[in-house]
Design a protein around this ligand. Structure first.
Ligand code: ZN
Ligand code: ZN
Length: 483
C-alpha cells in the first residue's frame, strides 16, 4: 500500500489507536485558516473521536482491511477548507482578467499562498506566480493552475456571474468571463495547497503551485519556462494539473494515458494574383479561384497522405478577398487551424499545406509564390502513461472504480505540453463539472451541455471544487507519500 498511513501492528497484532486516528484523518488543520473554521473542525473531530473510541475495547481489527484502504484527505478536512476555497472561487469568477493582464488574479493567488506559508515569487514570466513549499528531501511535484479568462459574455444567469468588460490589446471593448473554468482550477489548487501544508507528516519533498498566465493565448507556459521555471526553482519530477469538463458529471474524474489534447498550429496563407475587372477575367490571375482550388486540394492531405490511424484536422477558418462583385482582387488571405497528436504528422501537415499552396499558385500562373506563415503553435498534451495509470489506480482506491473513468482524447489544445518538452513526466486529468442530475437528464434527451468557452458554461460549484481537491490530494500524495 502506498501512503503515509501504513497500518502498524502492535505486539498483540492490533492496530494502535494512534494509527486508527491518523487513518481517519483526525489531526488539527493548524492555524492556516480562520479560527471559526478550526473550531468547527474540532467539534466535528470530537464527534468522530467518540464514535471511534466506543468500539475500541472489544475490537480486534484485521490488518488486511486497513491495508486495503489508501490514506485520503478526509472529507472533514476538505470541508474545513471549503468555505475559504469557495469564497476565493466566487471572487475570481466575478473578477476575471484576460490573458497577459492577470495582475489582480495573480495578487490574490500570491496572497493565499503566502498565508499558507509558501515561499512566493510573483511577476514570473509575465504575471505568473510560483509558490514553493519545501518539506524535506523527496520528490518535487508541480501543480499548474491557469490565471486567465476569456473574452466571452457570461450568460449563465448565476448570482455570481461576471459583468466585467475591458479593452483588449486592439483597444476594442470586450466582455470577460472565466468560461474555461480556470477560476475553478486556481481555487481547487489553493485548497490542495492548504491541505498539503496541514498534512506535512503525510508526505515529503517539495510542492510547487504554479499560477500560469496566458494559457488561452498559448504563451504563458513558454514565457515561464523561458524565464527559468525549472532552473530558478527546484526542477519537478512530475507536473500535474486538472481541467474541468462538460463531458463528465461532478464527482467523476477522467484519465487518458498518452495523448489527450492535440498539437495546434495556426497558419496564415496569402495567395497572390493579378487583379482587374470582373468582366475581363482573361486579363487577370484570379486569386479567389486559386484559393478555392487550394482549399479543395488541402482536403486530400488528411484523406490521402496521413495514416488513417493518426488523427489530423485541417480547417480553413477564415477567408478574405475582394471588395466588390465586379472586381477581381489581387490577393486572398486564409487562416487555418491544424491539429494532430504525433510530431511526424504535425510536420507532414504543415509541409503539405505549403507544398500544395505553392503548386496551385504555380499551376494558375500566379505572379508570385504564396506567403505561408506559421503564426502560432502549441504541442500536444501527452500524459505519461505509467504515471497516469499509477494515479488512476490510486484515485480508484480513494473515489471508487466507477468514479474514475478513461476519457477520450480531444483535438483541443493547451500549452501544458511545454512542461513535458523539458523532459518532465506530466499528467492532466479531466474533472467532471456538470451537475449530476442535469448530466443524467441530458444523456436521456441528447441535449448538449454547455462546456468550456461557452457563455453558458456553469460548473456545479460545490461538488466540482470538493472533488477537485480530493483528486489533487490523492494524486499528489501518491507521488509524494512517505513510503
Ligand atoms: Zn480554454
Ligand atoms: Zn482551459
Amino acid at each position: 500500500m502506498r501512503g503515509g498511513a501504513s497500518p502498524r501492528r502492535t505486539a498483540g497484532g492490533r492496530l494502535s489507536l494512534r494509527v486508527r486516528l491518523r487513518a481517519a484523518g483526525l489531526r488539527s488543520p493548524g492555524s492556516l485558516w480562520s479560527n471559526a473554521v478550526t473550531t468547527n473542525f474540532h467539534v466535528k473531530n470530537m464527534k468522530r473521536l467518540l464514535l471511534l473510541l466506543l468500539p475500541l475495547t472489544a475490537a480486534s481489527f484485521s490488518v488486511t482491511s486497513w491495508a486495503a484502504e489508501a490514506w485520503r484527505a478526509p472529507s472533514t478536512q476538505i470541508d474545513s477548507v471549503y468555505s475559504q476555497v469557495e469564497s476565493l472561487y466566487l471572487d475570481l469568477h466575478r473578477n476575471p482578467e484576460l490573458s497577459y493582464h492577470e495582475e489582480k488574479t495573480a495578487a490574490k493567488i500570491a496572497d493565499q499562498l503566502r498565508k499558507l506559508g509558501y515561499d512566493v515569487t510573483t511577476g514570473f514570466g509575465g504575471t505568473g506566480v510560483v509558490g514553493v513549499f519545501k518539506n524535506g528531501s523527496g520528490p518535487v511535484v508541480m501543480l499548474r493552475a491557469e490565471l486567465d479568462a476569456l473574452p466571452v459574455p457570461e450568460k449563465t444567469g448565476l448570482p455570481y456571474a461576471s459583468h466585467v468588460t475591458t479593452h483588449d490589446d486592439r483597444g476594442v471593448e470586450v466582455p470577460v468571463m472565466h468560461a474555461c473554468g480556470h477560476d475553478l482550477h486556481m481555487a481547487i489548487g489553493i485548497g490542495t495547497a492548504a491541505l498539503l501544508a496541514q498534512n506535512k507528516d503525510r508526505w515529503h519533498g517539495t510542492f510547487i503551485y504554479v499560477g500560469q498566465p496566458a494559457e488561452e493565448r498559448i504563451g504563458g507556459a513558454k514565457a515561464m519556462m523561458k524565464e527559468g521555471l525549472f532552473t530558478r526553482f527546484p526542477k519537478p519530477d512530475f507536473v500535474f494539473a486538472v481541467h474541468d469538463s462538460n463531458g463528465l458529471p461532478a464527482g467523476k474524474v477522467g484519465y487518458t494515458p498518452g495523448f489527450s489534447a492535440s498539437n495546434a498550429d495556426s497558419v496564415n496563407v496569402t495567395i497572390y494574383g493579378v487583379g482587374g475587372h470582373g468582366s475581363a477575367p482573361q486579363e487577370t490571375v484570379d486569386p479567389i479561384v486559386i484559393a478555392a482550388r487550394t482549399i479543395v486540394s488541402w482536403q486530400t492531405i488528411v484523406s490521402r497522405e496521413i495514416d488513417p490511424q493518426d488523427p489530423a484536422v485541417i480547417t480553413v477558418g477564415t477567408i478574405h478577398g475582394g471588395t466588390k462583385n465586379n472586381i477581381i482582387p489581387d490577393e486572398v488571405v486564409m487562416g487555418l487551424t491544424v491539429r494532430s497528436y504525433n510530431d511526424e504528422v504535425r510536420k507532414h501537415l504543415l509541409a503539405s499545406i505549403e507544398r500544395i499552396a505553392v503548386a496551385e499558385s504555380a499551376a494558375a500562373g500566379a505572379p508570385k509564390k504564396p506567403l505561408v506563415e506559421h503564426v502560432e503553435g502549441v504541442g500536444a498534451v501527452y500524459n505519461d502513461p505509467p504515471t497516469t495509470t499509477r494515479l488512476a489506480d490510486r484515485l480508484k482506491q480513494v473515489m471508487g472504480d466507477s468514479n474514475v473513468v478513461i476519457a477520450r482524447p480531444i483535438m483541443a489544445s493547451d500549452d501544458f505540453a511545454e512542461y513535458r518538452f523539458a523532459g518532465v513526466p506530466s499528467v492532466m486529468l479531466e474533472l467532471g463539472a456538470v451537475n449530476p442530475e442535469k448530466y443524467a437528464e441530458a444523456k436521456k434527451t441528447g441535449e448538449a451541455i454547455p462546456g468550456p468557452h461557452s457563455p453558458y458554461f456553469a460548473p456545479d460549484r460545490e461538488p466540482s471544487l470538493k472533488t477537485g481537491i480530493e483528486v489533487e490530494m490523492a494524486a499528489i500524495l501518491e507521488l509524494m507519500s512517505k513510503h
